[in-house]
Structures are given as structure tokens and as C-alpha cells.
Ligand binder design. Sequence first.
Ligand SMILES: [Ca+2]
Length: 88
Amino acid sequence: MPSTVTLYQDANFSGASLTIQSSVADLSQFLLGESNWTDQVSSIRVTGAPITAYQDVNFGGEALVFVPGDYAQFTPAWNDVISSISLS
Ligand SMILES: [Ca+2]
């Protein structure tokens, strides 16, 4: 079952949202107002299969696996730092 991930700009699934269904090597390709989605994600919903989030572009830097579920908030270390996401 393919993964679907919805990213939210703010905690508790609020603010702007972006749904992706394939891996994204650089979230800056998606515009968010006058900025972009890099270093903006503060909550996520994951369905289908586990996904991996990375702090750097091209699936680099610190990584964190999210099994399917709802994540209303992140630890400070993971808030506003995600730059790429790998879907299985
Ligand atoms: Ca944010």
C-alpha cells in the first residue's frame, strides 16, 4: 500500500498543508506563501507505510522514521527542520 503523507506548517494539523504521495528530495520545490516548505513542518499524518524524514535535502542528515499515524507535534529537535522525505 503506497504511503500518503500530509505535512502541516503548524502543530496540531493546522496552518498550511501539503500532501505528498512520492518521495521528495528537496521540500523547497513546494512554495509556501513567499517562502517554501523546507524547515516548516510541525505536524504530520502518515498513512499506508512507514516514511522517513530527513533534516537535510537529498535524504541526508539526521533521519526519523514515522510509522503510519498522526503526529500532532514534534520534539524541539524536529520542529521546523525537515528538508526531505522518503516514502516506501
Ligand atoms: Ca512550522
